[in-house]
Design a protein around this ligand. Sequence first.
Ligand SMILES: [Zn+2]
Length: 196
Amino acid sequence: MLYFYYGVMGSSKTAQLLMQRYNYQQLGLKVALVKPEVDTRAGVRMVYSRVGLKAEAEIVVGPTHSIREQPLWLAAQNAHSSYQYVFIDEAQFLTDLQVEELAELSDYLDIFCYGLKTDFRGQFFPGSAALLRLAEIIEEVPGGLCWCGKKATMNTRVDAQGSVIKEGQQVLIDDNSVIKYIGLCYEHWRKGISHA
Ligand SMILES: [Zn+2]
């Protein structure tokens, strides 16, 4: 089964992922942690949550990698599979083709994808668009809040001064000095107001 848990910036998606992974590990189940290569904030293999939880990914998927060709997936094809469950962080960065491969592999595996639904312009990421098409279970990770106290639904790119940026390339990883990402409610995202 293919799952997509989407949430806005600041909704603790990665923390949820790591806690759920821990729950499976506690039961002695074999879990693989996967991340796309594009997210390098905390090191190539590190999956890192803002609340402080972190873990090392077993597999780092590049944009041109076939998911099927990863050792994990090869293992999953045989009867003595070493992995039973797969958790994917920042799944919005997967390609359309990779999500289609995941959907196929989810015949044998439970695959839990966590990621953003839309980018800072309010447009789908390729990975999230494909997951919304193909995932069998789609749920929101709640908890993200706008500064006004309303539910945050929109991912917002802001500069060092906190001004909202509405144009630019889709993928620009935050380094917390030049730009960063916050969640805003729809009204404050649309009006470009990032603080009180
Ligand atoms: Zn607001």
